[in-house]
Design a protein. Structure first.
Length: 277
């Protein structure tokens, strides 16, 4: 079994590097060149690059699912059509590095591949991914209450309105680990409100897609699943994805909606862990 897992790790790395790097990059460059030749608008080029990048991201995750023998289940509550080809705000709990590929794949399942991200500042310099993120108008934040973070998120929100795009935010700011659990939140970290509030202010009529990711057995123990090099930690696991599409009116009606939603996630994850025990 260990040999099989090691082979799966090697293949997963090959998929990530070869497909996303070697194939996605030339296609993105071709889109950019095509835009120059046809004199397309910046909005058109951004949307094409974003769609291309997330299409490849979803392909990567699909192949990783096969290689690591993952069992993935999606349950959607709400109207999927609210997400199609329009600005929306997607929030999710964060347990592992693979969550990024999961969300890219999930958005394709929901019918929206024109997507932007709120990302950590260091990711700006990551080869391929960082360049693409800058090109499509993602927001890079330092998470240290830097005024520049506000400007970056507001600039991203303007692009979202122009491009009818979705934006993805992990309100916890980092991956959950048991060591950081609190008395109030046992399975998620307390959500940081600033980014979500800024997006809601800039996009008051955007629906909210709230996503709860649960790995079984768990990977969020503070040591596993942090990088693609720890792919063996995912081998043979089950991933449950609970999606709820929320209308803007429902969020406006609750001043503390984000906190209440996060407590609901914590309860859902707790029940999932109890059922799996």
């Amino acid at each position: 079994m260990r040999i099989r897992e090691n082979v799966a790790i090697a293949l997963s790395l090959a998929v990530f590097i070869c497909i996303y790097g070697l194939l996605c990059w030339p296609m993105v460059c071709a889109i950019r060149l095509d835009g120059w030749l046809l004199r397309d608008s910046e909005q058109t080029i951004r949307s094409r690059v974003a769609t291309c990048a997330h299409w490849w991201g979803s392909i990567v995750f699909f192949l990783v699912v096969r290689l690591l023998r993952l069992d993935v289940e999606i349950v959607v509550d709400g109207k999927r059509e609210l997400v199609w080809e329009r600005a929306c705000i997607v929030i999710a709990n964060h347990q592992s590095t693979l969550d990024i590929a999961v969300i890219a794949w999930l958005m394709k399942q929901l019918g929206q591949t024109n997507v932007r991200w709120i990302m950590k500042q260091p990711l700006r310099n990551v080869p391929v991914i960082g360049w693409i993120a800058q090109r499509i108008g993602c927001a890079f934040v330092s998470r240290q209450k830097n005024p520049a973070d506000v400007e970056a998120i507001e600039r991203c929100a303007r692009i979202l309105r122009e491009d009818h795009a979705a934006v993805i935010l992990f309100p916890e700011g980092t991956r959950f680990s048991k060591a950081n659990a609190t008395a109030e939140f046992r399975h998620v970290l307390p959500p940081k409100k600033t980014g979500f509030t800024l997006l809601r202010t800039s996009l008051p009529d955007a629906p909210i897609v709230t996503v709860t990711l649960q790995w079984t057995p768990p990977v969020a123990d503070g040591s596993r699943g942090k990088t693609i090099f720890q792919a063996a930690d995912f081998y043979g696991k089950s991933l449950s994805i609970a999606v709820r599409v929320v209308t803007p009116d429902e969020v406006r009606a609750d001043q503390h909606w984000l906190e209440h939603d996060w407590k609901a996630k914590d309860r859902l994850l707790a029940s999932h862990v109890s059922d799996s025990a």
